[in-house]
Design a protein around this ligand. Structure first.
Ligand SMILES: Cc1ncc(COP(=O)(O)O)c(C=O)c1O
Length: 509
């Protein structure tokens, strides 16, 4: 028997132990008294042990150490960066995928797994009306954005596949809003386009891309001999949950013959809910879409999705044939749709959760988190020391502490924040996390007409960062109104602390 083998009895014992440890961890993380961020006990790095140890003892040790040295995403007071407490069915699906360990590169190696993945991808494609489209699971929204940008580039500038960028008669450029995800800038470089290829379009008072400025930037670039090929709209920006005007972007892209990719890493999951079609309906007219079920669909990491309306375009950049792979001319294999060869059975967790909970549960989940975000905004509006600075249809709220109560309209424009208010926003977010009362963060939102780093062409050049505000989102499916009441009360308590105010006054803005 190999050292790696375990008897049937021991396997069962270890699985039972894992279940107990997992349930115990979730109970600990969700408890009212548990700090949202815990650091208890340091571990000195040790060399790889020579001799075996008891699997049960090591499992217990790891669970204890990790469970006490963590930012608890499973806490209902974690209002963080789109990271959910995973739903149990998703966790079980992930564990089962590890046990089965099918190799998803080609269908012949994983017929059942491929079928279940296609079924789950089909839920999204059908919702969008992209029955002839193509989808692929990815490690996350970043990889999905990279794949989509590559598909867009090869489709709009077909010479690229063979001759690369040197075969082009100008510099390819694409457009993103100033609030878009940083992965797009990274990938401009990775694709060999260079970061100058990213043209940043300013946003309106709700931090959504301005289509008039986008149209002007495209015209200017064409006149200058550059090669616009793609617009990336965002459906739920990372900082404030802003939704770009997708219908207007569709019209512009059709007119200008540009590829429209939508980064819906967070908000795009809403397409599972017909009830919210008025919010997401225009997504069906985009060319490609990024989704991240490891955000709003409460899946464990990693789980991203890239969907492309035109199946041929989706496969074009990745078409290769390896001699050692059984050839099947009829089908496009998984490895011909993205960057990976050996691929984990990522789709199982989503398929399993979909079966266990059903579509209606997701619809309720979205509605409940939107309701809680409205509740939080209403609670802030009722307090003289706070005001919201962004309004999103999604459950993300940016807000500020106020030096003096002000009569605000629905939300206060960020450009009106004083220096001390911005300092206090940073200090409050940091102190909240330091004390472990809740996890919220500070972010910077750019007001309209904010100056840019590089003068010269408007609509290009990296934008400067704007004033600091606080940010929270409802992401944990166990967050309730009472947690939000506690958050507002804790913020008020901290804001009244003279030591915090003194510390804030020394912070950079
Ligand atoms: C709008 C947006 N796009 C893309 C990403 C990247 O997703 P991932 O972390 O899954 O790579 C994020 C992550 O927060 C995001 O908010």
């Amino acid at each position: 028997m190999s050292r790696f083998s375990h008897t049937l009895r021991e396997q069962r014992r270890l699985w039972r132990l894992l279940g107990e440890l997992a349930a115990g961890y979730w109970e600990h993380a969700a408890a009212d008294r548990t700090p949202v961020v815990e650091r208890r006990g340091r571990r000195a790095a040790e060399p790889l042990p020579l001799r075996p140890r008891s699997a049960a003892a090591v499992l217990r040790q790891a669970a204890r150490y990790l469970g006490r040295n963590a930012c608890h995403l499973a806490s209902p007071r974690y209002y963080g960066l789109m990271n959910p407490k995973p739903a149990l069915a998703g966790v079980l699906g992930d564990a089962l995928a590890s046990v089965l360990n099918p190799q998803l590169a080609v269908e012949a190696h994983a017929p059942g797994a491929t079928a279940l993945e296609r079924e789950a991808l089909g839920w999204f494609l059908t919702a969008l009306g992209w029955g002839r489209g193509q989808g692929q699971f990815t490690s996350g929204g970043s990889e999905a954005n990279l794949v989509a940008l590559k598909v867009a580039l090869n489709h709009r500038l077909p010479g690229v596949a063979r001759r690369g960028l040197r075969g082009l008669r100008g510099q390819p450029v694409f457009y993103v809003s100033e609030e878009s995800h940083h992965s797009l800038e990274k990938f401009a470089d990775l694709l060999g386009l260079g970061r100058d290829a990213v043209h940043w379009i300013p946003t309106d008072g709700e931090f959504a891309m301005r289509p008039d400025l986008l149209a002007a930037a495209v015209r200017r670039d064409r006149r200058a001999g550059r090669l616009p090929f793609c617009v990336v709209g965002t459906f739920g920006t990372t900082s404030s949950g802003a939704v770009d005007p997708i219908a207007k972007l569709v019209a512009l892209c059709r007119r200008e013959r540009l590829w429209l990719h939508v980064d819906g890493a967070y908000g795009g999951s809403l397409i599972l809910a017909p009830r919210f079609r008025r919010l997401w309906g225009a997504l069906g007219r985009a060319d490609s879409l990024t989704l991240d079920p490891h955000k709003w669909l409460a899946m464990p990491f990693p789980l991203g999705v890239v969907l492309v309306r035109d199946a041929q375009a989706a496969a074009a950049p990745f078409k290769v044939q390896a001699a050692y792979v059984p050839r099947d001319k009829q089908r496009v294999e998984s490895y011909q749709l993205g960057m990976q060869w050996s691929r984990r059975f990522l789709g199982l967790k989503l398929w399993l959760a979909g079966q266990v909970y059903g579509r209606r549960a997701y619809e309720r989940h979205f509605a409940e988190q939107m309701r809680l975000a409205d509740y939080f905004r209403a609670r802030l509006a009722a307090r003289p020391a706070f005001a919201t600075v962004s309004e999103s249809p999604l459950p993300i709220t940016c807000f500020t502490w106020l030096e003096r109560p002000r009569a605000t309209r629905r939300s206060l424009p960020v450009e009106e924040l004083t220096r001390f208010e911005r300092q206090m926003n940073l200090a409050l977010a940091e102190e909240m996390v330091r004390r472990g009362w809740a996890w919220i963060s500070a972010t910077r939102l750019r007001p309209q007409g904010f100056p840019r780093l590089r003068s010269g062409r408007a609509g290009s050049g990296r934008p400067l960062r704007g004033p600091t505000v606080m940010r929270m989102m409802v992401i944990n499916y166990e967050t309730r109104a009472r947690h939000l009441d506690r958050l507002v009360a804790d913020l008020e308590r901290l804001a009244a602390d003279p030591r915090l105010r003194r510390r804030a006054a020394r912070l950079p803005t």
